[in-house]
Each structure stands twice: as structure tokens, then as C-alpha cells.
Design a protein around this ligand. Structure first.
Ligand SMILES: O=C(O)CCC(=O)C(=O)O
Ligand SMILES: [Fe+2]
Length: 596
């Protein structure tokens, strides 16, 4: 911030716009500046009923002797010492063009989509969470010939599309796009384009490597918003964001070029501040403002900190960008009339992350986007069906498995017999599944990825650091360990002859009851993948059974006679002690030779 920025005694943060009215109403107008620097002593804003005018009038007033007012509107030449963030910044960013240095980074992988199978794509890019530009993935779309300003206006000129906060007829949008001097040029970003111009749906197609792999296709009509038409001129674009609902995306350019910047999960760029729950992001008003103020800082961070694995690349006509779930990204349109289509999808690879996002956090429905509020509360149900579908697809039980499905990400590709690969997949099979469960932890530390774990102290592969995986397993299962410890404690209580008979009775029944949760959990998990009514019936029965056992256990403790818990017995082998009102017996395996 320059010295001049401070002339009003106000600190103007570059990412926060202060309205001119704020300045006028605040105390800033009376701040004295340094007379030695040649600044005016005080700015005088006309008070009383004539309180109106411009900041120039105030400045000019302050140059004339006190008591006299210069003619309203007199045009004193503004000094470099008077600074208006509101006026200057908008003007500056509206006029600023894109710097060549912002666009030179091209380290995003580019692969030819022709000849790339879905399996290979999933293995190389989806499972390793790697952004990539797929060359030629959209080159055969009819849209490549038929989408341009001229033809679209001819066909849909009077059709309204979403642009910024409102809907505009397409012809008006193009008129605006060609003549505006906005610092944040508006652009078409429409999720209802298929409803508004159904022909457009016939003119593009899901690229082969993504075809039939969107698990949201299988959860019915209530799926979240997922496809958008994007039309914008040079300098328009999408500011830094994460895609909704932990989905991944593909973005195909039909006309013009788009420049992409991406950062891995958990690494927002400088100048971009998400709230803790990720529901809001504070950042400069325009993308250009971000580039001007923060691009070079991001490059420096990327050089110095390997976690900031910045990926940059320009995507041209016929090319498709893959945005892995959880990656931060922003997109700058480089040409006038840049036209693209994007779709978000729920891949099998990330189905667990999506399921967790949709259903496992309290109040999460507020963060779920692309669903009407009334249906968000059902998101949990929908997520459960998504998870079940994912599970069934994995088991190959869905009659028609979607084409191009990768298969189980932790099973070795057929025919691949190399020992290293087999061992790797065996390993992943063993721990990768746990990795899937623990990927919350992994995601918090970097990529959601089965083959590599990035944690606070570096990156591990399952080969180089099995200990890291084991550590995760231990952390994840810590609650189960504590459960086991509690059971052992209860057994100890039951066996310890020095404790009171009552406490021993508690030990007897509680340890049996706690053991019961293992088969109960197993059954619950087993039934989780069955159709809704069966799963509900199973859950209800297990709950009723559990409550019955709890009741019998309490009765056993109160009466001093251990009760039979259906299916698991009472664990008694022989009588151990008696207490007034009943005899107490010892649990199977317990007692350590002690008797009553
Ligand atoms: O093409 C763009 O402006 C980016 C679109 C995008 O990232 C999105 O829709 O989430
Ligand atoms: Fe996006």
C-alpha cells in the first residue's frame, strides 16, 4: 500500500471495498495530514442541508480559505495525495489487460484423449487426483461447428440465460459483453441451459473417459445441479473456488481459450480466505485484481513450499480439463466469445468422500449446493443410496454396470501379472480400503488418494512408509481400541474377587453386552447394502434385540443372577460367588482360578 493510500488516515484493505458514503460518514474526513508534505490540512465536506457534491468539491473547498465555499462542482485538479479506492481500483482493474507472465505457466499434464481408455484415465488421473488436459476429447462434438456468437444469437437470441445475478436474452448479453467497461465482466453461467435451449444437449456429449461413470445418474431426479453452459469474453472468468459437494468435474472448451490455475486440496492461494466450514470464500472482487496482487506471491509460495503444487495450463477448443475433487481452481477466459460446457460428477473413486460430505456432518445440508433447501435435508438419504450404489457397483451386482467403469480401484487390473503391481494392489487391497475409510484424514492433509498419503511431514507411498498407513489405521480405530480396553476392564472387574459382588455383577453383564456390539455391527454393515425396506427392518430388529439385551443385563445386575442374552448366552461356566438375594456365577474364561 502506498503512502498516498493513507492520506485520509484510513487503511483501505485491497480486498475490501469501502463505499464512498462510508468514507464521508466516517471520521476520516477530519484527519490531518502532514503539512510538510504539502498536503492539505483537512478535507472539508459541506455540512448542513447543502451536504452533497463530490469528493472533488470537498477537496476544492479545503483549498479555499475557511468560511468561503468554492462553487459546487468546480473542478479542482485532484492531487496525487487524494486517493479513492472506489474510483481508482474499479477504473484500474477495468482497464488492466492480462499480463503475458500470468499465462506462461503450462505445467498441467496434457494427454491425448484419443486412445485413452476410461480404466487408464481412472488409474492415472482420478485415483491419483491429478489435473490433466485431455487433448481432442471434445473435437468431434457438433457444437464445435455450430456454437459461436453469430449462430447462437440467430438460434437463441431472445432466449434468456443466467448471467451474474439475473437472466439476460442472449443477444443482449453479447451486446453487453462487447461494450462493457466493468472491472468484473459478467458472463453466462447457466445451469438451466438444457431446459432453455434443449437442442444444445444434442450438440455435445460426455467425453468418453467420463461416460456412464457419474454415480449421481443413479440416484434419481433429485440429483444436485451438475451441468453449466459458460460464455464469456476476454478477462471474464471464475474466481477461486472449490467445486460443489466434493464432486470432480470436466470442462470442455468449444470456442476460445481458458487459462486454468489449480491448487491441491487444503491449499487455498494467497489472498483467498475460506471460512472454516468452507461455505464462504473472501477474495478480491475481480479475478484480475487477484492476479495483479497475488499471482507473483503464489508463484513464490509454489517455489518454496512443495505442498503448493500449482498446476497451470491453457485449454483450447476441443480440449477438456479434468478438475479432481477438492482442488482449488480459477479460470480466466483469454478470448472474446469463449464458450464451454462443464459437468460435475460423482465418480466411484470419490464416492466415499461425497457420501461423507452429504450425510455425515451435522447441519451439513446447509453446505450442500445445487439442491433446493427442502430437498437438502433429504441429502442424507440420497447420500446413503449413493453409497449403497457405489458398493453394489463395486460388487458388480448392478445388472448393467455403467460403461467405462474402472472396477474396484483397489483390485489389480486383469492380466497385469507383474509382481510389483500385484503386490501393490494386494497391499492397497489390505490397507487401501482402510485408506478409503480414513481418507478424511488424508484429505485434511492433501490429496484424497489411495496410493499416496501426504501428511504434515511429507508424502508416503504404501511401499516406502507402511508405518504411516498403520498410524492412520490406529488413529481411525482408536475408538474401537478404547472399546476393547473397556471390555477388558469389565472382564477384569468380573474376575477380581476383591471388588464388591455388585461391581462384579456389573462386570459380568456389561462385558457380555459390549461383546455383543461386534456381531451387531457386522450385521448392520452387512444389511446396509440391501434395499431400503430390508435394511430398515434389519436395523429395527437389531436395535430391538440390543435394547432387550440391555434390559436383561440391567435385570441381571439388579437381581444378582446373570441373564441369558439371546444368541450369546450369559457366559457362565460355574458358580463363583453368592450374594444376598441370589447366586452369582462366573463368566466363561473368567475367574483366573478364583471361586466364590
Ligand atoms: O470455465 C469456468 O469459468 C470454470 C467453471 C468452473 O470451474 C465451475 O463451473 O465450477
Ligand atoms: Fe469449478
Amino acid at each position: 500500500m502506498s503512502k498516498d493510500d493513507d492520506v485520509l488516515g484510513l487503511t483501505l484493505k485491497s480486498h475490501r471495498r469501502v463505499s464512498f458514503r462510508d468514507l464521508l460518514d466516517g471520521a476520516g474526513w477530519d484527519q490531518r495530514s502532514n503539512p510538510k508534505s504539502g498536503c492539505i490540512a483537512a478535507l472539508r465536506w459541506p455540512l448542513g442541508p447543502e451536504r452533497q457534491g463530490t469528493w472533488r468539491v470537498a477537496y476544492s473547498n479545503s483549498l479555499t480559505p475557511a468560511g468561503k465555499t468554492s462553487a459546487a462542482g468546480s473542478d479542482a485538479t485532484p492531487s496525487a495525495k487524494v486517493y479513492s479506492d472506489v474510483l481508482y481500483r474499479s477504473f484500474f482493474f477495468a482497464a488492466a489487460d492480462l499480463k503475458a507472465s500470468w499465462l506462461q505457466g503450462q505445467n498441467m499434464q496434457r494427454v491425448d484423449a484419443r486412445g485413452l481408455s476410461a480404466e487408464e484415465f481412472v488409474r492415472r488421473f482420478e485415483q491419483t487426483s491429478t489435473p490433466v488436459i485431455l487433448k481432442g476429447a471434445a473435437e468431434r462434438w457438433p457444437a464445435m461447428k455450430s456454437w459461436s456468437q453469430e449462430s447462437l444469437v440467430k438460434r437463441f437470441g431472445k432466449v434468456q440465460f443466467a448471467c451474474g445475478a439475473c437472466d439476460w436474452p442472449l443477444d443482449e448479453f453479447y451486446a453487453y459483453a462487447r461494450s462493457n467497461i466493468d472491472d468484473v465482466p459478467q458472463f453466462i453461467f447457466d445451469k438451466y441451459f438444457v431446459r432453455r435451449a434443449p437442442e444444445l444437449l444434442e450438440e455435445y456429449d460426455v467425453p468418453d473417459v467420463f461416460k456412464g461413470r457419474d454415480l449421481f445418474d443413479l440416484v434419481g431426479t433429485g440429483r444436485p445441479d451438475f451441468r453449466w453452459l459458460l460464455i464469456g469474453d476476454r478477462r471474464s472468468g471464475s474466481k477461486w473456488h472449490l467445486d460443489p459437494n466434493k464432486t470432480s468435474a470436466w470442462n470442455a472448451v468449444v470456442k476460445g481459450r481458458k487459462h486454468w490455475l489449480m491448487l491441491p486440496p487444503g491449499c487455498p492461494p494467497p489472498g483467498v480466505h475460506p471460512t472454516k466450514d468452507g461455505s464462504e470464500v473472501t477474495q478480491p472482487l475481480s479475478l484480475i485484481e487477484w492476479f495483479v496482487n497475488f499471482y507473483s506471491e503464489l508463484k513464490r509460495m509454489a517455489r518454496e513450499n512443495p505442498a503448493f503444487e500449482l498446476k497451470e495450463g491453457t485449454c483450447g477448443p476441443g480440449e477438456v480439463v479434468f478438475v479432481p475433487c477438492g482442488w482449488w481452481h480459477c479460470v480466466l477466459n483469454l478470448d472474446d466469445d469463449t464458450i464451454a460446457v462443464t459437468q460435475n460428477y460423482a465418480s466411484e473413486t470419490h464416492v466415499h468422500g461425497i457420501r461423507r460430505f452429504l450425510c455425515e456432518k451435522r447441519g451439513q445440508y446447509k453446505l450442500i449446493s445445487g439442491l433446493a433447501l427442502c430437498t437438502r435435508k433429504n441429502a442424507r438419504q440420497r447420500a446413503l443410496s449413493l453409497a449403497k450404489l457405489g458398493f453394489r457397483l463395486r460388487q458388480g451386482r448392478l445388472g448393467r454396470a455403467p460403461t467405462g467403469l474402472s472396477g474396484d480401484p483397489v483390485s489389480a487390473p486383469r492380466g497385469d501379472k507383474s509382481f510389483r503391481k500385484q503386490f501393490r494392489y494386494f497391499w492397497l487391497g489390505l490397507f487401501g480400503r482402510v485408506g478409503l475409510i480414513t481418507d478424511n484424514w488424508v484429505a485434511a492433509n492433501g490429496k484424497e488418494d489411495n496410493s499416496q498419503i501426504r501428511c504434515c511431514c511429507g508424502r508416503f507411498s504404501p511401499f516406502s512408509a507402511p508405518a504411516a498407513r498403520l498410524l492412520q489405521v490406529a488413529v481411525y480405530h482408536a475408538n474401537r481400541f478404547s472399546n476393547m480396553i473397556a471390555i477388558v476392564g469389565m472382564y477384569w472387574l468380573a474376575r477380581n474377587r476383591s471388588t464388591s459382588p455388585f461391581l462384579r455383577a456389573v462386570g459380568f453383564q456389561a462385558s457380555t453386552l459390549m461383546m455383543m456390539q461386534f456381531p451387531a455391527n457386522f450385521l448392520l454393515q452387512f444389511f446396509a447394502s440391501t434395499p431400503g425396506p430390508i435394511a430398515n427392518l434389519a436395523r429395527g430388529s437389531i436395535f430391538a434385540y440390543f435394547m432387550y439385551c440391555v434390559f436383561m443385563g440391567i435385570l441381571g445386575v439388579l437381581t444378582g443372577t446373570p441373564r441369558d442374552l439371546p444368541g450369546i448366552g450369559n457366559g457362565i461356566t460355574r458358580p463363583t460367588f453368592t450374594r444376598p438375594g441370589g447366586s452369582m456365577t462366573r463368566f466363561r474364561g473368567g475367574g483366573g482360578g478364583g471361586g466364590g
